[in-house]
Structure formats: structure tokens, C-alpha cells
Design a binder for this molecule. Structure first.
Ligand code: CA
Ligand code: CA
Ligand code: CA
Ligand code: CA
Length: 416
């Protein structure tokens, strides 16, 4: 006798033996056959079993079948919390680590019975007050079934001072009349202060600026108290302040900066180029900035900045007289009188840009169907739309519109 099973689309046979050959079955004898079915969704399924074989006495073919409805329940996710554990923690920052037995559509936690806070995975719980706490994690599967972990009870008795890190100033020489004081702490602080050159603490509410510094070497240290009255301090940072003239270029880039696989510009049209410049010196300065494509100047402007100020300048590169090929953009801030630090007056674009025929979006030197597909999916977009593809903005006016499509499509099937 042989038997076969009709398998629903959403189910898979785990035993892998389908059909199963039973061999000789005597008259009046019954046999039980087991399959293991795994369902990926819930619902009501019809299972149909066919048996067929040859009668030994007559040699005739016989066949029979039976069916049954099976209701499959899609159970909610099984959620369990690994951390925190049921114990006392000496730090107010506690890792929430949990595991779920299936793919989840949503997960969140409830701390001390409060409203659910959505999370994408394990997180650090910060700023927990001293005392008793409870936490539970919830997760939904794609069918909307919500599973809940057991509630974990734990206690915080924070005896750990905060870890404070100074991010600015660094161990460097500064010339700007205002030096940013920027710090980071690993937990919520109830009080913060800084001590400049070992003088009395100055209470602050957050990041601030240091002003009216004397020329020479300085030290800075930050003190902070957490919500449980533990006070910590940063390492002492040494830095110098000098009075001087100093301008710089921080960055040079094009409007295509994020494009893959390469930045492309359409020959014969404008491409937007940017330069971020900064006055690192102690005086207000007015200075010239020139942008080059390889070694050819493509734009020039005069800008004025006070001490510590920066600005991003925009240039239009008219590519009409440039040959097709790769270009590196360079921005140069012409030194101001008495400026000695000139190494930082030049910045280069991080990638080259390919000047190619209009319509070659992907920079493989042709206009083919792949370029047209990219134009189509970016059509009628402008920043900040994620569909806006700057490589498709052939005329460089910050949109992909019908003019761009016409410019690109007229070169269809061209290459170089
Ligand atoms: Ca602490
Ligand atoms: Ca400089
Ligand atoms: Ca192409
Ligand atoms: Ca455009």
C-alpha cells in the first residue's frame, strides 16, 4: 500500500518521507503512519490522505482517501529577559537584553508599569533612580499576536560615580576667541561644573564656551554628580591658546557627494560645488576662496567671517569647456595677512567626479536602460526626498524634472 498527503502551501513536511511505502498489510490489519508538519501561518487547513495499492488475492488496484480539517493557532512570540536580573545593581545604567523565539514586527518595554517604549533591540536603560524597579518586554509577531515576558524585579543602589569625557577642547592649540567646552557623561547628571586652570568650580547647565582666555597653556577639568549623589570628574585636559590670523577650508564636495557607484556630472551643464570654510583665528577676516576642478579654477568668491565662524559657500561649475573624464575638486582659502598656518587652507573632495555625457547616471560612459530606470525612479523629486538622485539632476538646479529627463533621454544609446 502507498499513502500520500496533500500539503498546504504554507506548510512543510518535516519527516521528508512522502509517500511512505508500507509493504504487505494483512486483511483486517491497521497501520498508523506519522508525519510532522510545520506551519508558518495560522488558519484552518484541509489535510487529505490518499492510500493506494495492489490486492494480493485479485491483483486489482485499490485506492481510498480520507480528509480532516486542522486548525493551526499562530501562538504569540515567546519573550524572555536576560538582563536585568532579579538583583541589586550598583550603577544606574542597566542593559536591557531580551530574546524572542520568532521574528517580531514590534517590540517595547514597560518600566515600573509605565507606558510601553518602543525598542528595536537591546538598549541601555539610563538614569534609573535608586530603589526598586520592575520591567517587562512585549513583542508582536507579523500577525499581531503579542507576547509578554515575565516581569523582572530589580533594585538600583547607584554607588558608581559618573564617567565624564571632555570632547572639546582637545590637547591642541586654539586661536578662536571662544573655545567650545563640550563633554559627554555616561549617566544623567544633577550638577556639572568646570575648573579652568585649577581655579574654583564654575557651575554650568551643559556644553558652553570658554572666553577671554590668556595666551599660553591652560588646563580644564569637569566635575559632575549623578542622580544618587555620586560625584565624578573627567581627566584633566591641557590645551593652548594663541592669538593669530588663521583661516581654513574644512571640506570640499559636490551636490552628488552621496551618489553611487560614482559621482557623475553632465558635460555642458552646471554642477554645484560646495566649500565649507572656517575662521580658526582670533580676528574677523575677509578672504578669498577659489575652487578648482583638477587645476582649473571654476569659481571664486570673497567671504567675511568672525573668529570661530564657519560657512558653506556654493559655486556653480559650468562644465561646458571641460573634457569628459575624472575630476577632483579642490577648495583653497587664500592666506590672510600674517597667517602662518597655511597647510589647512586647502581641502579636496573625498571622491572624484566623472564628467560624462548627460544621461549617464551610473558613470559607465553610456546612456542605456539602466540609466533610464534610475531617471524614472527619481522623477519629480527634489531634496530632501530619499528618491531624489543628484546624479539624475543633469542641469544642477536641485530637482529631477522633465527638463532633466529630456536632457538625458536625447543621448539614449550614446556612449564614449
Ligand atoms: Ca552612578
Ligand atoms: Ca590656515
Ligand atoms: Ca550609464
Ligand atoms: Ca534638474
Amino acid at each position: 500500500m502507498q499513502a500520500s498527503l496533500a500539503i498546504p502551501e504554507e506548510a512543510t513536511l518535516a519527516s521528508g518521507e512522502n509517500p511512505i511505502y508500507l509493504g504487505y498489510v494483512g486483511i483486517g490489519e491497521s497501520r498508523k503512519v506519522n508525519w510532522t508538519l510545520t506551519f508558518s501561518v495560522g488558519g484552518i487547513f484541509i489535510l487529505d490522505v490518499n492510500a493506494s495499492g495492489i490486492r494480493v488475492d485479485t491483483g486489482g488496484y485499490v485506492e481510498n482517501h480520507g480528509s480532516a480539517n486542522v486548525t493551526v493557532v499562530d501562538s504569540p512570540p515567546d519573550v524572555s529577559i536576560v538582563s536585568p536580573e532579579n538583583k541589586t545593581y550598583s550603577n544606574s545604567n542597566i542593559l536591557l537584553i531580551y530574546v524572542v523565539n520568532e521574528t517580531t514586527h514590534w517590540s517595547g518595554y514597560s518600566l515600573d508599569g509605565g507606558a510601553n517604549i518602543t525598542i528595536m533591540g537591546n538598549v541601555t536603560l539610563t538614569g534609573l533612580a535608586n530603589g526598586a524597579h520592575s520591567i517587562a518586554v512585549y513583542a508582536n509577531d507579523s500577525a499581531g499576536n503579542m507576547g509578554a515576558s515575565d516581569t523582572v524585579y530589580f533594585t538600583v543602589n547607584d554607588a558608581t560615580p559618573p564617567i565624564i569625557t571632555i570632547l572639546s577642547p582637545l590637547n591642541e592649540t586654539y586661536a578662536t576667541i571662544n573655545v567650545p567646552l563640550i563633554f559627554d557623561a555616561d549617566e544623567v547628571l544633577s550638577w556639572v561644573a568646570y575648573s579652568l586652570d585649577h581655579e574654583a568650580n564654575v557651575t554650568i547647565t551643559g556644553n558652553t564656551t570658554l572666553m577671554d582666555l590668556d595666551e599660553g597653556l591652560h588646563s580644564i577639568q569637569i566635575y559632575g554628580t549623578d542622580m544618587s549623589d555620586n560625584t565624578g570628574k573627567s581627566d584633566e585636559m591641557l590645551f593652548s591658546f594663541v592669538i593669530r590670523h588663521d583661516v581654513s577650508v574644512l571640506r570640499a564636495y559636490t551636490s552628488k557627494a552621496a551618489c553611487q557607484p560614482v559621482e557623475t556630472a553632465a558635460q555642458g551643464y552646471n554642477c554645484r560645488v560646495f566649500a565649507t570654510v572656517r575662521n580658526l583665528g582670533s580676528f574677523a577676516e575677509t578672504f578669498n576662496v577659489t575652487v578648482y576642478a583638477n587645476d582649473t579654477a571654476i569659481g571664486h568668491t570673497l567671504t567675511s567671517l568672525v573668529s570661530g565662524e564657519n560657512v558653506t559657500l556654493e559655486f556653480l561649475w559650468d562644465t561646458g569647456v571641460f573634457a569628459k573624464g575624472n575630476y577632483t575638486l579642490k577648495a583653497y582659502a587664500w592666506p590672510v595677512p600674517e597667517e602662518t598656518e597655511t597647510a589647512d587652507n586647502t581641502a579636496y573632495s573625498p571622491r572624484q567626479i566623472l564628467l560624462t555625457i548627460a544621461g549617464d547616471v551610473d558613470g559607465d560612459r553610456d546612456v542605456d536602460i539602466f540609466d533610464i530606470v534610475r531617471m524614472t525612479s527619481s522623477y519629480a523629486t527634489s531634496p530632501p526626498s530619499p528618491q531624489y538622485d543628484p546624479n539624475c539632476d543633469f542641469d544642477g538646479d536641485s530637482d529631477v524634472d522633465i527638463f532633466d529627463i529630456v536632457i538625458g533621454a536625447q543621448n539614449y544609446a550614446d556612449s564614449w
